[in-house]
Design a protein around this ligand. Structure first.
Ligand SMILES: [Zn+2]
Length: 101
């Protein structure tokens, strides 16, 4: 399976338009063709108890709302990495900082 996995069409009405894409259409700070989404959810795909690396592999799921029928749907799933300590804080965990002396 190749990442990113994209779901360009709404499963309900087949529209490709999403609320966020519509909203960003005339936004000068967002370059044309940039993938935008309303909501991003992160899921680590590494075992937390075995994370000793400064970065963690995560799946980032993008969610948006269909501009035509209003369905909340997943638009894209990508594999990415992010700093482990930030990720743990986001998930309400205390990062174990190694003691350096
Ligand atoms: Zn739709």
């Amino acid at each position: 399976m190749e990442f990113p996995i994209e779901f360009p069409k709404c499963p309900q009405c087949g529209s490709k338009d999403t609320v966020c894409r519509q909203a960003c259409e005339n936004e000068p700070s967002v370059p044309k063709g940039t993938f935008v989404s309303l909501e991003k959810r992160l899921t680590p795909i590494q075992d937390f108890s075995k994370i000793s690396t400064p970065t963690t592999r995560v799946l980032m799921r993008h969610y948006d709302t269909c501009a035509k029928c209003g369905l909340d749907r997943c638009t894209r799933v990508e594999k990415t990495t992010m700093p482990s300590d930030i990720l743990m804080k986001m998930m309400g965990m205390t990062p174990q900082t190694p003691h350096r002396r």
